[in-house]
Design a protein around this ligand. Structure first.
Ligand SMILES: NC(=O)c1ccc[n+]([C@@H]2O[C@H](COP(=O)([O-])OP(=O)(O)OC[C@H]3O[C@@H](n4cnc5c(N)ncnc54)[C@H](OP(=O)(O)O)[C@@H]3O)[C@@H](O)[C@H]2O)c1
Length: 349
């Protein structure tokens, strides 16, 4: 092994409160050789890694989750795209571009084949498989189409509307003829959300009273709320829901770093009874095996081909910057889908 590979490892789990850079360690490690492969293994060179809010749960050490906890002393693991540099598996060959959820936060690593799929040669830039053709975009599809069954003429409210999931939720809802209103955490983000076709959007950090701000953009009430943030915003959204409204409960990022003292306690849950509101929590990974996934790929690929969907990636360069790239998500410092660029498509380690 020659010494020019990088690994990002977890130092310590963080059960509550905000993680910091001290929870991660960036290490120089050796580059694995082709000769080290055992049967059914691949040697992957990482092109891009995905920084995602769900990783906060994996940092907490919870054993009561849909996804395994990270392990202190071991590399962070998550979604990525990369190139196969060597393979002893019949499923992959050298040069294949792959994506999956078993990417170590290393520039080059050896793995079994479980969790990796080949990306078809199509001219689409690989990072898009972490965004518009990847998990966040499918999450938007599941929330808007499968669960909320959003219909033309209805009003949908989307929080974190400029983010990895939110920006697609805006465009899928608009394409279905809904009135789309969104919220985001800066004026630039709000302008971007409007540029995607939202009928109205506001900066939830500067708007003052949240209930009044939602009412101002949705005076006839909200039929579907696509919740990415939870907390105070969800509470205000509950006050604005129409009868038989649906809440696609996608995420509650405002609460991921909360402690027992800072957790927000919802006050307006009682509204779900007189307004007959349904709240459907979901995890996107439950839907890959269903027809929804093929429908999503068909719809979004066609939109891409016809130039009918926009997708903003927010790229951080360098694996050594990956920990900060992840922590930024919890302070709204990303603008669009946060990816970490690790190596160039043509680069050789
Ligand atoms: N259920 C699922 O299967 C699934 C799958 C993917 C994602 N999710 C969830 O979907 C949500 C969005 O994920 P994403 O990947 O699209 O992330 P993202 O929106 O690209 O990035 C996170 C954004 O959340 C907002 N935010 C951060 N801290 C906040 C706070 N304290 N209060 C309110 N907003 C805050 C920030 O946007 P602003 O600047 O606009 O505040 C930040 O940019 C997350 O809750 C995530 O956990 C769920």
């Amino acid at each position: 092994m020659s010494p020019s590979n990088t690994s990002v490892k977890l130092v310590k789990l963080v059960s509550s409160g905000a993680p910091t850079l001290a929870n991660f360690k960036v290490e120089s490690i050796g580059v694995p050789s082709k000769a080290s492969l055992q049967s059914d293994q691949i040697l992957v060179r990482t092109l891009y890694l995905s920084a995602d809010p769900y990783m906060r749960g994996r940092l907490s050490g919870s054993q009561d989750s849909y996804v395994d906890s990270f392990v202190a002393g071991k590399p962070i693991i998550g979604l990525g795209v990369g190139v196969i540099e060597a393979s002893t598996s019949s499923e992959f060959k050298e040069g294949d571009v792959v994506t999956g959820d078993q990417f170590l936060w290393e520039a080059k690593f050896v793995s079994g084949v479980r969790g990796f799929i080949k990306i078809p040669a199509s001219g689409i830039a690989p990072a898009n498989y972490l965004g518009v053709l990847g998990m966040p975009s499918f999450t938007a599809y599941v929330g808007v189409v499968t669960l909320a069954q959003a219909k033309a003429g209805e009003t949908i409210l989307i929080s974190a509307a400029s983010g990895a999931v939110g920006q697609v939720a805006v465009q899928l809802a608009k394409a279905r003829g809904l009135r789309v209103v969104g919220a985001a955490g800066s004026d630039d983000k709000v302008a971007f959300v409007k540029s995607l076709g939202a009928d109205a959007a506001f900066n939830y950090k500067t708007c003052g009273d949240l209930n009044a701000a939602i009412r101002a953009v949705a005076p006839d009430g909200v039929d579907v709320y696509f919740d990415n943030v939870g907390g105070e915003f969800l509470d205000a959204a509950l006050l604005n829901m129409n009868a038989f409204g649906r809440i696609a409960e996608c995420g509650m990022i405002s609460q991921y770093n909360a402690t027992a003292d800072t957790a927000y306690h919802i006050q307006n849950l009682i509204r779900i009874i007189p307004k007959r509101i349904s709240i459907h929590g979901f995890i996107v990974s439950d839907y890959y095996a269903k027809p929804d996934y093929a429908n999503f790929i068909a719809e979004v690929s066609a939109m891409l081909k016809e130039g009918k969907i926009t997708y903003k990636l927010d790229e951080v360069v360098g694996l050594e910057n990956a920990p900060q790239g992840l922590l930024d998500l919890f302070e709204g410092k990303n603008f669009g889908k946060r990816v970490i660029k690790v190596t160039d498509a043509q680069q050789r380690l």
